[in-house]
Design a protein. Structure first.
Length: 153
């Protein structure tokens, strides 16, 4: 069977009980993604929540990451960048094997505990379009993980 898109465990989490994401209903757009470790977020804190996952997909696709609305509303949590984008060439990159980390901020006034296995985000596979003459523009090969295609402080 040809692999088109999906999730795999990264090597460091292969024996930690991490489950691959699934859609919970026939009409769900997103695959529920859970925390792979216990994380406690203090008020105002930003943390990269490990998922133990990597995603493979077609070259003209990306994985959109959205926080679960119930988690955001009940706990005042939000994604650090509003929506995460996992590029197709992030998979198996040399820096971190393509490990998907969910950047979450605690916007509330109390600490929030995210236990291992708690569903924190949804991943939606999306196609994107390219601009005219895109193929003629020079591109770099991905050389690493988070921030490898540009400046990160």
């Amino acid at each position: 069977m040809k692999r088109i898109r999906g999730f795999e465990l990264i090597a460091d989490y292969s024996d930690r009980g991490v489950e691959l994401p699934v859609r919970k209903t026939h009409g769900s757009a997103g695959y529920d993604i859970a925390a792979a470790e216990n994380v406690c977020l203090q008020p105002g804190q930003l943390a990269g929540i490990p998922t133990g996952l990597k995603a493979y997909m077609q070259p003209d696709e990306y994985l959109a990451i959205h926080i679960r609305s119930s988690l955001a509303i009940k706990n005042r949590l939000y994604l650090a960048n509003s929506q995460g984008i996992i590029d197709s060439d992030y998979y198996d990159n040399p820096d971190n094997e393509g490990h998907i980390l969910i950047g979450v901020v605690n916007g509330g006034s109390t600490e929030v505990m995210l236990p291992q296995g708690m569903r924190i985000a949804q991943g939606i596979f999306c196609r994107y379009l390219r601009a005219d003459a895109d193929e003629q523009a020079e591109k770099q090969a991905r050389s690493g993980g988070i921030g490898s295609t540009g400046f990160v402080e």
